[in-house]
Design a protein around this ligand. Structure first.
Ligand code: GTP
Ligand code: MG
Length: 321
């Protein structure tokens, strides 16, 4: 299969080509880069929905329900489930696959699981590249599920058009704990497992947190939606809230997308530059020796970096003089 025909087949929405293309971009291979180049102009149409939250909050069940609801309206869906393959949350993958089986035979749905490990170029970028392929394949909405624990996940959510933070009753303390990271990026809060005791209390503690922030006139204030993903209760309302957010923020969408482009460019540039330095500037074993010298206090990190920078970009040292 030539890359040209692969790109064309992705644009036609051919599921086998999409699967192959995703593997290529995930591996950060040259063929993946070439594919992104070829399809990029035809992307930007899908709406990217990030769903994050603590392990076991019901994100997959919710994504599954949202998918069913979106399909009702005839729109197509791509799903990216970032598998928590860490030792702490391992074992969820099979459950996800089984749960999502009901959509497996639906050509309007494409599901891809991604491992959190082994992404040289960063998980967040791999995720946004996979979403880009699904976008190119014509999926109307792309749902991205991640466990909200670390910076990687916050970055992934930043690549979405809308971020849904899923919490469950009894997570009052978690609300505080999550506050610093994931809470800030929520456009919509979901209190899932609303069938359980304490859903109102959790909603109230989110509300209390929101009341500490000021929202300007006309600014979007994250609403709190209660759901029961297992029965589907509240899912219609959640989807309506997503669409309401999309309408309310349509005016600022170009700005959001520009911010996302900036973030991607900066990340890509930093990574490529670092790779260039490691491959082309540093001699074999030099980095290790430098680290040892720093640890032994023979040199300081700034001088070490200045030296490397001077060799990587001669104009840098000229300016420094
Ligand atoms: N009682 C109740 N249980 C739910 C609800 N939603 C999901 N669950 C259950 O919670 C468990 C975890 O659901 P998942 O959808 O796998 O949660 P997740 O957030 O995707 O989990 P990870 O991907 O492992 O972080 C499953 O046993 C679900 O059946 C709900 O609304 N009420
Ligand atoms: Mg899950």
């Amino acid at each position: 299969m030539t890359e040209r025909s692969l790109a064309d087949r992705v644009l036609d929405g051919d599921p086998r080509a999409v699967a192959r293309a995703i593997s290529l971009v995930e591996d950060d291979s040259n063929a993946g880069v070439e594919l992104v180049r070829r399809v990029f102009a035809r992307t930007g149409r899908a709406y990217l929905v990030g769903v994050t939250g603590p392990p076991g909050a019901g994100k997959s069940t919710l994504v599954d329900r949202l998918t069913a609801e979106i399909r009702q309206s005839g729109r197509t869906v791509g799903i990216v489930a970032v598998d928590p393959t860490s030792p702490f949350t391992g074992g969820a993958i099979l459950g996800d696959r089984v749960r999502m089986q009901m959509h497996a035979s639906d050509p309007g749905v494409f599901i891809r699981s991604m491992a959190t490990r082994g992404h040289l170029g960063g998980l967040a970028r791999a995720t946004s590249e996979v979403a880009l392929v699904l976008d190119a394949a014509g999926k109307d909405l792309v749902l991205i599920e991640t466990v909200g624990v670390g910076q990687d996940e916050v970055d992934i959510v930043r690549t979405a058009d809308v971020s849904i933070v899923t919490l469950v009753p009894g997570s009052g303390d978690d609300v505080q704990a999550l506050k610093a990271g994931i809470m800030e990026i929520a456009d919509i809060f979901v209190v899932n497992k609303a069938d359980r005791e304490g859903a109102d209390r959790t909603a109230a503690s989110i509300e209390a947190m929101l009341s500490l922030q000021s929202f300007g006139a006309g600014a979007w204030r994250p609403p709190i939606v209660k759901t029961e993903a297992t029965t589907g209760k509240g899912v219609v309302e959640l989807l309506e809230t997503v669409m309401r957010f999309r309408e309310a923020t349509a005016g600022s969408e170009p700005r959001r997308r520009r911010a996302r482009a900036e973030w991607r460019i900066r990340e890509l540039l930093a990574e490529r530059f670092l790779r260039h330095v490691e491959d082309r500037v540093l001699a074999a074993g030099e980095l290790d020796r430098t680290l040892e010298r720093i640890a032994a206090r023979e040199i300081d990190p700034y001088s070490a970096v200045e030296d490397i920078m001077g060799r990587a970009c001669p104009e840098h040292s000229r300016r420094a003089i």
